[in-house]
Write a new protein. Sequence first.
Length: 238
Amino acid sequence: MSLKNRTAVISGAGGEVAAVLARNLAAQGANLALLGRNPEKLEALRSALALPEARVLVQEADLSEPDAAGSAAAAVAEKYGRVDALLHLAGGWTGGKTLLEAAPGDLQSMLEQHVWTSFHAVRAFLPLLLANGWGRVIMIGSPFAARPNARGGPYAIGKAGQEALLLALSQELRGTGVTANLLQARTIDATREKLSAPTAANALWTTPEELSAAVLFLLSEEAGTINGARIPLFGAYG
C-alpha cells in the first residue's frame, strides 16, 4: 500500500500510539500533520521521524477549544491543500472512584477530552475530507463505552459520547467516499508489557503496533466499504 501524496492528521500526537503510527504512515509516503498540547513532545516526534520539512507539520493545539481546531485545520490546508485522514487519538483517563466519590470536574474533563475534542476536530477537518471525495476518520474507542465497569463512570460516559458522535458521523457520510470507524482498545499497552511479561490480564491489552496495523488497513482502498464499524482490538472481554 502506498499513501504517497495523502495527508494524515494525527491528533494527540504526543503519545506512543501516535509515534508508532506516524512512523508507519511516513514509511508509506504520507504527509503528516501532528497536533497536540505538548510542544516538546511534538518536536521530539518530528525530530525522530527525520522527514523533509515539506512532509511534516507540527501544530500545538488544544482541540477542546473550537478556535484551536479551526486554526489547526487552516494551517494544514495552507501547507498541504488537502486532508485525507483524521486520526483522532486525543484523550485521557480518570477512574478509581464511584459516581458518589467522583468530582464534577472528573466528568467535565472526560467530556472535554473525548467528546469536545472529537466534535471540534470533525467540524474543523471534515470539509477538507469531503472536498476530496475520499477520506477516513478513525478514532480510538473503548468497550467500556457500552459496558462500563465500577469506579469508571466518568471515563465510560466520555467514551460513550465519543462513540455516539462517531457513529452518527458515519451515517452522515454515506455516499461521500469518506468513512468513519472506531477502533476499540480496553487498555493501551504503551510499554508492551503483554509481550515482555505476559499475564492473563494484560493479554487483553492492545499495543501501539496493533492499533497502527488496524489504522493502516482502514486507510487502504480495500477498506473503503467499512463505515460505522466498532472494531474490537482487545480479545475476549475481561
